[in-house]
Design a protein around this ligand. Structure first.
Ligand SMILES: *Cc1c(COP(=O)(O)O)cnc(C)c1O
Length: 362
């Protein structure tokens, strides 16, 4: 038998994650100098990282011969989120905590529910365990919570929800999420992935961590990859009931978060000024991009994240013409939306480069 045949059938069924095209790859392919390339494909922070975090990371280099100690960052996250330390699980990116939740609750013979057009990591995490994936059709490109509730079967162990969702940017009002939690069986885990939480306007934001004592089956996931600008360091976290957090820690690799990420995250979480500047830049950039899309007569999905998804027609063709001009956005054919492209909000100049290239591409 071939090695492929020997592999688990659930693994063979996985379609690999397609990351945004790296700048260096486009430079190699098209012979465009790296500094002429604008990457608006992975929802990274165009301001980079907090200067305080940069300094903390540089300092932490001095201690990399030692295994990492998560104590301090766990305490900081717990204090900021007003939960106990035994309710915080750190991940090597929030991807890592999503994977831990899947490994704790899923296996062959069980199922997990996610929404059409929702984040690609939910299918990956689910399928790698051998569990069955139930995809519930979207409503206006977002989660249809009533339909997701109705889809729950006796073997369902996890419902994945991204709020705001990536790649569509849809936002579920918190009252709807709460009503959903009140109706979900208490032995089904609801994962509320809030990777873009800090981009939600403060008046629409709710402290979901406070819900965990009421709903012990709720797991809230957040990341430092997006507004905090630490995507390359890989650090995220889950907030859960002590029981669920304890289970997750059993499958967590003991040293899953490295020293530099721990130090960077500790400093980043304290830099409110950088957070506010990033938020403000995103609001302005969103207005800039949306105005341009409207001027071009393009349909877009109103977004609560740091990106906006618009209908380009032939998404692959428009994407190719953008690449030729050194602009990388994200085609989302893999999400069942081949006519759409997702663009990350960049700096004002990056957004302008994108708009100019898009006008030519259309
Ligand atoms: C970017 C993103 C994440 C975060 O991934 P990391 O592993 O923390 O970098 C999680 N969920 C969604 C919906 C995202 O878009």
């Amino acid at each position: 038998m071939s090695l492929v045949e020997q592999a688990l059938s659930c693994v063979r069924a996985i379609s690999p994650y397609q990351p945004g095209k790296p700048i260096t790859e486009l430079a190699r392919e098209m012979g465009i100098p790296v500094e002429r390339i604008v990457k608006l494909a992975s929802n990274e922070n165009p301001l980079g990282m907090s200067p305080k975090a940069r300094l903390a990371v540089a300092t932490a280099i001095g201690g990399v011969e030692r295994y990492p100690d998560q104590f301090e960052l766990i305490a900081k996250v717990a204090a900021r989120c007003a939960v106990a330390s035994n309710q915080v699980v750190l991940g090597n990116g929030s991807n890592d905590v999503l994977d831990m939740i899947a490994r704790v609750f899923l296996a062959a013979g069980r199922s997990a529910i996610f929404a059409q057009h929702a984040f690609a990591v939910y299918p990956l995490a689910t399928q790698s365990t051998g569990a069955e994936l139930i995809c519930v059709p979207a409503k206006d490109f977002g989660h249809d919570l009533d339909a997701m509730l109705a889809a729950i079967r006796p073997d369902t162990r996890i419902v994945w929800i991204a709020n705001p969702n990536n790649p569509t940017g849809n936002f579920l009002p918190y009252a709807e999420v709460r009503a959903f939690l009140q109706r979900v069986p208490t032995d089904v885990v609801v994962v509320l992935d809030e990777a873009y939480n800090e981009y939600i306007p403060p008046e629409a934001r709710v402290d979901t961590a406070a819900w965990i004592s009421e709903f012990p089956n709720l797991v809230v996931c957040r990341t430092l990859s997006k507004i905090y600008g630490l995507a390359g360091l890989r650090i995220g976290y889950a907030l859960a009931s002590p029981v669920v957090a304890d289970l997750m820690n059993r499958v967590r690799q003991p040293f899953n978060v490295n020293n530099l990420a721990l130090a960077g995250a500790l400093a980043a979480l304290d830099d409110d000024e950088f957070l506010q500047a990033s938020y403000d830049l995103n609001r302005r950039g969103m207005a800039q991009l949306v105005a341009a899309l409207e001027k071009l007569g393009l349909t877009y999905i109103p977004s609560y994240g740091n990106f906006v998804t618009f209908k380009a027609g032939d998404g692959a063709a428009v994407n190719q013409k953008l690449l030729q001009q050194g602009v990388i956005v994200r085609p989302i054919g893999g999400y069942g939306m081949p006519e759409w492209l997702r663009v990350t909000i960049g700096t004002e100049a990056e957004n302008a480069r994108f708009i100019e290239a898009l006008e030519k591409a259309l």
